[in-house]
Unconditional design. Sequence first.
Length: 94
Amino acid sequence: MGSAVFILFYLLFISSPLYFPTGAYVNIPEGSSLSASAEILKERGVVRSAFLFKLSAYLLKSNHRIVAGEYFFPTRISVLGVAWRLGRGDYEIE
């Protein structure tokens, strides 16, 4: 039962959105707050929930250091992965 609840939670909240914008570039402007960054990511379809992105950033200790810039998302990625990348400035642009 516990594993079923975890799987359901993961699928509904942590995993990437069904219509994730694979191959998209998302710009986080200089000076954007964590909340503004979360809203941009939600509007672009990169995360399901701005709240869960902010929670992930807090858990990963990235909440005070979201790095501005143009991010490339070549494949689907979880909300935790997005928070990790933005907290470290991993633009994934070659």
